[in-house]
Write a protein that binds this ligand. Structure first.
Ligand SMILES: NC(=O)c1ccc[n+]([C@@H]2O[C@H](COP(=O)([O-])OP(=O)(O)OC[C@H]3O[C@@H](n4cnc5c(N)ncnc54)[C@H](OP(=O)(O)O)[C@@H]3O)[C@@H](O)[C@H]2O)c1
Length: 352
């Protein structure tokens, strides 16, 4: 079975990267978005088909999904865009993929798992850098230590954000750090801190509300999960703001101002040189009740370049009969070695 991929959000930084790669590889993909002129400006030079539809138009979405096998949804923040597209996919029997990292979106899709299974639809949010490599690493260390009870995932090398990622991150500014304890997601006061060795000696790392707090539980069943980023100046400054200031920044008017500032002051995303040369490192650590620990490390290509690759890899599998109905995580559906299918990614067991 083969089918067409609908790329919704083709006018964004990440959408363009995906459209360009798809065109170069001759992938059957239609560019879509809310702005007809913008979508045409991306698709026409690449020789791709295109259409425009608003997420607020259910009948239009139903028409757009006719004859499509998979939606690759890359229009974010997904808090504002995911629900209508998921509903349209369920109505029309089309598989849904997105590149969210937002914990609420993962959990909402997970809650729709039975409905999706009944409709023969795969719901797989998180087919980008967040969470494909970390999800694969989580399942890998779980297989090395099957009775693991806690999982720590950590990442280094995430220096350049796109505007879309910055706007999405701003939405979480007022919240505490999300962790999973005893299988439940909770927000904790204060910022967890650890020293983590990514390969060049221990460095400071800070706890973050990353998508794996949701997904790694679905992939591995490990009940306690935390995610850390290598510490950086901007991250320290954002997390160091007093709680009251962060709460104020979370109000509607302040969110609108902060997002506008992002549009005015930030470049769309990392430039081609950074995408070709930068790399990121992920560390996975699983621990069991007896205190036994296993650690594995994953080296991957630059996060936005990786997002375009993993999103197209998974969309291709889903479009060619490789979709599993219901809510799925990347590693849960395709195994921990999925990430090794991407050129330039390699994994190492540190205490084999
Ligand atoms: N998982 C990952 O690792 C990963 C990697 C990259 C990006 N992301 C996420 O993906 C999202 C997009 O990132 P980006 O860098 O491509 O952002 P961007 O350059 O700001 O592009 C945003 C895209 O979303 C569209 N959009 C926004 N709100 C919309 C709405 N209400 N209805 C329809 N379309 C809407 C925009 O359409 P217009 O052009 O019409 O405004 C544009 O196509 C962000 O949430 C980001 O956090 C995740």
């Amino acid at each position: 079975m083969t089918g067409t991929i609908l790329l919704y959000g083709a006018t964004g930084y990440t959408g363009r990267l995906i459209a360009e790669k798809a065109a170069r590889r001759g992938i059957d993909l239609v560019c879509a978005g809310r702005d007809a002129q913008g979508v045409a400006a991306v698709a026409q030079p690449l020789g791709l088909k295109h259409l425009a539809v608003s997420l607020g138009d259910p009948a239009g979405l139903d028409r757009a999904l006719q004859g499509k096998a998979v939606v690759l949804h890359v229009a974010g923040p997904f808090s504002a865009t995911s629900a209508p597209m998921v509903e349209a996919c369920l109505r029309n029997g089309v598989h849904y993929l997105d590149i969210t990292g937002e914990i609420e979106i993962f959990e909402r899709c997970a809650a729709l798992g039975e409905k999706a299974r009944a409709a023969g639809v795969m719901l797989m949010p998180g087919v980008g850098f967040d969470v494909v490599p970390s999800d694969c690493l989580a399942l890998h260390v779980k297989r090395r230590l099957p009775d693991a009870t806690s999982l720590t995932l950590a990442m280094a090398g995430l220096t350049n954000m796109s505007r879309g990622t910055a706007k999405t991150s701003i939405e979480a500014v007022a919240r505490g750090t999300a962790v999973r304890r005893g299988g439940r997601i909770m927000e904790i006061d204060g910022v967890p801190r650890r020293q983590i060795d990514f390969g060049k000696g221990p460095v400071a790392a800070i706890g973050v509300s990353w998508g794996d707090v949701a997904t790694a539980f679905h992939s591995t069943g490990i009940p306690d999960i935390e995610v850390f980023f290598e510490s950086s100046g901007p991250l320290e400054r954002a997390l160091g703001l007093p709680r009251a200031v962060r709460k104020f920044m979370g109000t509607g008017p302040m969110q609108a101002i902060l997002k506008q500032l992002v549009t005015w002051t930030m470049p769309p995303g990392p430039d081609a040189r950074v995408r070709q040369t930068a790399r990121a490192t992920l560390l996975g650590e699983a621990r069991n009740a007896a205190g036994r620990v296993v650690r594995s490390r994953l080296e991957v290509i630059e996060p936005y370049a990786l997002t375009a690759e993993t999103a197209l890899l998974i969309a291709g599998k889903a479009a060619h009969g490789g979709a599993l109905p219901g809510y799925q995580t990347p590693a849960g559906a395709y195994g921990p070695d999925l990430i090794l299918e991407i050129e330039g990614c390699r994994r190492e067991d540190l205490n084999a």
